[in-house]
Design a protein around this ligand. Sequence first.
Ligand code: FES
Length: 89
Amino acid sequence: MYVCLCKGITDNQIREAAHQGCGSLRDLRRELGVGGQCGKCVREAHEVLRDTRALTSAQSQAAATYGGPHSGATPAMPVMPIMYVPQPA
Ligand code: FES
């Protein structure tokens, strides 16, 4: 989806820029030109950037918790309560 019509920048381009290290609207403007003309795209570009950073952060935390997909570590299993069920004699 086009976010910046003046520059022809899509949400995927903004996500890719975020993955490459763009962390602010200033970075996006410098790298892609987003918001550099009419400015109508700034809010949407900021939302895409924010959502991408939040998702990347959550994925990093999950990788740190579980050691990543190639670590060989097994994710912690939830602890299930053990219930004692008396058996008939
Ligand atoms: S739509 Fe992005 S600067 Fe105009």
